[in-house]
Each structure stands twice: as structure tokens, then as C-alpha cells.
Design a protein around this ligand. Structure first.
Ligand code: BTN
Length: 245
């Protein structure tokens, strides 16, 4: 499928399906079977694509739906660094290939013109103070049709660029950029992440289960936590859904 991939670790083995339930689920089976770091699972269509919090992820033909297996040597509390790295890689790659300017929306979305174009679902299993594996599932709306109810909140690269992109070329670029980011320091990844997110100083509402907080984002640390200045003082947030106010 991809030829001439220039990477050291990522994509040395690529498993391609026309249809599978979820590339994250298949990647987990490969982990159990001892798959090597950097193995990629990609599917043209997913019948049970999953998003964060077990939400349904629409994955018809024309989109880019794939997962990368990693065995990162970082402590589980730094797991968000993996999502941050992935978001930076995707933002860079989309910018490079389309000239569009994606914005990273904490914690794991990419937006173009305020609409979601990509989501990242990182699934980590850890024991004691070590990560056993991380599966980074990436879904990008490229040339696919959106379900009507998603039209007001989501977009595709085709819609934004008016060009039908090759999903293979985009995947190749993402895998190459992913390979390169593995050797970068958390601080330089954080800086790139901040440059694509433009979140510092923004007033946001964060919802996590039944809890809701409003505040101004004063920082995002290199573990990916949002530091929110609220009326009751600074609060550190590890996960949740944000909306800009
Ligand atoms: C989100 O925004 O909630 C994350 C969406 C992640 C979707 C991708 S598509 C490839 C991989 N396989 C899945 O089932 N989910 C992820």
C-alpha cells in the first residue's frame, strides 16, 4: 500500500484491511500476539469505530482510520504525552500536505475552521509504574461523507481544501513525522503542541462526568494537564471535554 516509507520504527509492519471492526481492537490482538513497536493497523472502513468514552466513531470509506502500537518507556502518569505528540504530528502533516492550519483542541481533537477533522484515542495498559503498551488510534475525515448530524460540528480535509487527497500519501507523511517525533524531548513537543493549540489565555468550560469548571487556561504542562485559573484558584485537569467561551 505505502512504498518508500522512510522510518526507523513506525510502520515497519503495516496490516491493511478493507473492513474491520476497529483498528484499535485489532491492534490489541496484535499486542497480545507480541507485535513489534511501530506496527500499524489501517482499515478503509470500520464497523465499530470507537471514540473517547466509548463513543461511536463514524468510519466510512474515504477517511483515514488507523492505529499505531507503541511500547513507550515513560511512566503511566506521562501517558498524555503520547496523545500530545500524535496531535502535533497530525497537525504538522495536515498543514504540510494541504496548507490548511489545523488547531489542536485539548485533549485530543484537531479542528479546522472550528470543526472537528480528527480525533485521537490513546489506549494505555500499565502495571506498577510502567506502560505495557499504548495503542494510538487516529481517525481523520479526509474524503469521506459526513453523517448529516455531524455536519455542524465536523468537517473533512476535502471540504476544507477543495481537493481530494490521497489517504496513502497522508498516512505515509504522518508515519514519517511520527517516527521523527519519537526522538524529541517532552518540552519541545509541548512547545509545538502549544503553537498549534493557541489555548493559553482562553476562557473555557471543562466538563468531566458530572463536574463542570470554568476558568482561564494559564498553562498546559508537559504531562498534558490543563492548568485552569478558576475563581477558587488554580486547578489541574487531566481529562474532560472543553468548550471555548
Ligand atoms: C475521539 O475523538 O473521540 C477519538 C476518535 C478516534 C477514532 C480512531 S479511528 C482509528 C481508531 N480505531 C478506533 O476504533 N478508534 C480510533
Amino acid at each position: 500500500m505505502i512504498s518508500g516509507l522512510d522510518t526507523k520504527i513506525i510502520g515497519k509492519k503495516i496490516v491493511h484491511f478493507e473492513t474491520t471492526d476497529s483498528t484499535n481492537l485489532y491492534a490489541k490482538k496484535l499486542v497480545d500476539a507480541g507485535a513489534k513497536e511501530g506496527t500499524v493497523v489501517v482499515s478503509d472502513v470500520q464497523t465499530r469505530g470507537r471514540g473517547r468514552k466509548d463513543r461511536y466513531w463514524s468510519s466510512p470509506k474515504g477517511g483515514l482510520w488507523f492505529s499505531i502500537i507503541l511500547y513507550p518507556k515513560i511512566s503511566p502518569e506521562k501517558g498524555m504525552q503520547i496523545t500530545m505528540s500524535s496531535s502535533v504530528v497530525i497537525a504538522e502533516s495536515i498543514k504540510e500536505i494541504t496548507g490548511l492550519n489545523p488547531i489542536i483542541k485539548w485533549p485530543n481533537d484537531l479542528l479546522i475552521n472550528g470543526k472537528k477533522v480528527c480525533g485521537v484515542l490513546t489506549e494505555i495498559e500499565s502495571k506498577d509504574d510502567e506502560i505495557n503498551y499504548a495503542i494510538v488510534g487516529i481517525g481523520i475525515n479526509v474524503n469521506n461523507e459526513l453523517e448529516p448530524e455531524l455536519n455542524s460540528i465536523a468537517t473533512t480535509l476535502k471540504e476544507e481544501s477543495k481537493i481530494e487527497l490521497s489517504t496513502t500519501d497522508l498516512l505515509k507523511l504522518i508515519l514519517e513525522n511520527f517516527d521523527r517525533i519519537l526522538s524529541k524531548t517532552p518540552e519541545s513537543i509541548r512547545k509545538s503542541w502549544l503553537s498549534y493549540s493557541k489555548i493559553i489565555g482562553k476562557k473555557v468550560q471543562v466538563k468531566e462526568d458530572e463536574n463542570m469548571l470554568i476558568g482561564i487556561v494559564s498553562n498546559v504542562d508537559n504531562k498534558g494537564c490543563l492548568i485552569l485559573d478558576t475563581v477558587e484558584g488554580p486547578v489541574k485537569i487531566l481529562s474532560g471535554d472543553i468548550s471555548y467561551l
